[in-house]
Design a binder for this molecule. Structure first.
Ligand SMILES: [Zn+2]
Length: 87
C-alpha cells in the first residue's frame, strides 16, 4: 500500500555543506526494500539518515504540516524533482 511508505530524513554529513537541499534535510519516501540514500540527489555529497521515520499511518496532511514547520517544504519538492529526473 502506498499509504504505508515511510518517510526518511537525510542530511549532509558535512556541516559546512552549502547545498540548499541536503543542508536543510531531504525528505525521501522510500519503500522498505529500497536502499538507503548515500548521496544527495542534488549535489552528490554524502548524506546520512538523520531521522527515522514518520510512522506509516500518519496522514499526508500531517506530514506536510510537519515539513512546513521545519521549513523543509520547498526543499523536499526540489529534491524530489531532482531525484526523479535521474531515472
Ligand atoms: Zn545536497
Amino acid at each position: 500500500m502506498a499509504s504505508s511508505m515511510p518517510v526518511y530524513l537525510y542530511k549532509a554529513k558535512d556541516k559546512e555543506c552549502d547545498c540548499d537541499c541536503c543542508k536543510q534535510g531531504i525528505e525521501v519516501i522510500q519503500r522498505l526494500d529500497e536502499a538507503a540514500f548515500e548521496k544527495c540527489p542534488k549535489c552528490g555529497r554524502p548524506v546520512t539518515k538523520a531521522v527515522v521515520p514518520f510512522s506509516p499511518g500518519l496522514s499526508r496532511t500531517s506530514l506536510d504540516d510537519r515539513a512546513k514547520e521545519k521549513g523543509m517544504h520547498k526543499f523536499k519538492r526540489l529534491c524530489q524533482g531532482e531525484y526523479e529526473k535521474m531515472f
